[in-house]
Design a protein. Sequence first.
Length: 271
Amino acid sequence: MELLYRPLNQFLDRFMQAIEDYDGTTRHAERLQAAIDDYSAFITNTNNQLYWSELSFMDHETLQPLAAQLRDTSARCVSIMEKYRALKLLNGEDDDREYFKNIETSIEKEFGSFTVSARSKVLLIGSGAFPMTPLLIAGRTGAEVTGIDIDGEALALGRRVTERLGPHLPIRQEHLSLEQLHNISEMTHIIISSTVSVKYELLDRLHAVAGPDVVVAIRYGNGLKSLFNYPMEATDERKWQLAETAIRPEHVFDVALYRKALTPVPARGDC
């Protein structure tokens, strides 16, 4: 366990310092981006993944508090990192970090066999300050993409990035919660970002408002990847059924695709 415990604590210290350093400028960007790149390499290292899988139950229980802290702090750092990338782009600087390469290549196969076309309507929950997913999907397929985020700063930066990189693309970005979005029933594809901690709560709430043929892609991480992503959870199979999973050892998150269950959910009080 010591082979993981020490470096993970070091990553936690680096992330907490990076959060403290963020001041709305790019002054500390390189330090955080180096930490995220190092952490991505650590998480996707096959030897580390194997070692994590071989830990005993007691070892995992001991590591759980540290794992929870790392999930939360790394999620906050990814949000800050996207803000740094947006600010750099808007300031005319290039940014070609390994983390973003990793994310962008994984987006290409987001929906597996459930193809996105020009007639699709896609919703991204947690669009962030650098909306890579909306830009790639809209740019390559012509689909209408809506991104929502409750972080006002991230949303404002995301709009400016979209205006810079895809001003004519069918992308809409709103500072809204899920409940405030009025056209959810029209969405054919919904993505919930890996750094959204309540993703399975959102999935449960989506059942009542999403269309019958919607496909929901949840980005998640199990095993060692759960230290960088919120893990997969069980669902109510009367509501949602797992249709596909895309397990990609070389990427920082995997994707689970859900379809609405064919069996209707009985009304409260029914036998």
